[in-house]
Design a protein around this ligand. Structure first.
Ligand code: SF4
Length: 182
């Protein structure tokens, strides 16, 4: 049987969901029996998201142009996209800035009002990605195949969700153990 091509992606999140993925510890050796990790911020240093990915866990909300571009590419090149963690599912912590209404007051607050010695707005086109006006959960922008909530989802929950996927089966996403936020 061909191995599953597995990817993980990090958008606007704290990387805690990826840390939880690493908490799978020795079960990661099981993952390696069924899957090749073809793109990930942990354990894989490819810069370009590849074609033909079977399963991708997407951590984080969509907060800037770079996140958006990568998410569209991921959706186009991935069979089964998992919204991985509360930031991906609801926009969660990164969306707290939505309360300020738009990008401008957020930048002013962070870089001018709270700036120390040389307050200035960041502006490096092509280097610093432009912020989107609102931070959004990923299902508002692309089709999501599976929601895996949690902040972060615990390692046992991640295992319960992806073990069936790696065998071509569907996980049972029911009950508090699998669906509780936070
Ligand atoms: S869901 Fe929680 S742990 Fe995961 S990226 Fe967001 S804040 Fe971090």
């Amino acid at each position: 049987m061909d191995k599953v091509k597995l990817a993980t992606v990090w958008l606007a999140g704290c990387s805690g969901c990826h840390m939880s993925f690493l908490d799978l510890d020795e079960w990661l050796f099981e993952v390696a029996k069924f899957a090749d990790i073809v793109y990930s911020p942990v354990g894989c240093d490819l810069k370009e998201y590849p074609e033909g990915v079977d399963v991708c866990l997407v951590e984080g909300a969509v907060a800037n142009e770079e996140n958006l571009e990568l998410l569209y590419k991921v959706r186009e090149r991935t069979k089964l996209l998992v919204s991985f963690g509360d930031c991906a599912v609801t926009a969660n912590v990164p969306a707290m800035r939505n309360m300020l209404g738009s990008t401008e007051p957020v930048l002013k607050r962070c870089y001018l009002e709270l700036g120390d010695e040389t307050p200035q707005l960041p502006h490096e086109p092509g280097i610093v990605p432009e912020l989107l006006d609102r931070v959004r959960p990923i299902h508002e922008l692309v089709t999501v195949d599976l929601f895996l909530p949690g902040c972060p989802p615990s390692a046992p929950r991640i295992q319960a969700a992806i073990e069936p996927l790696l065998k071509g089966e569907s996980p049972v996403m029911e009950g508090r153990e699998m669906l509780k936020f936070g």
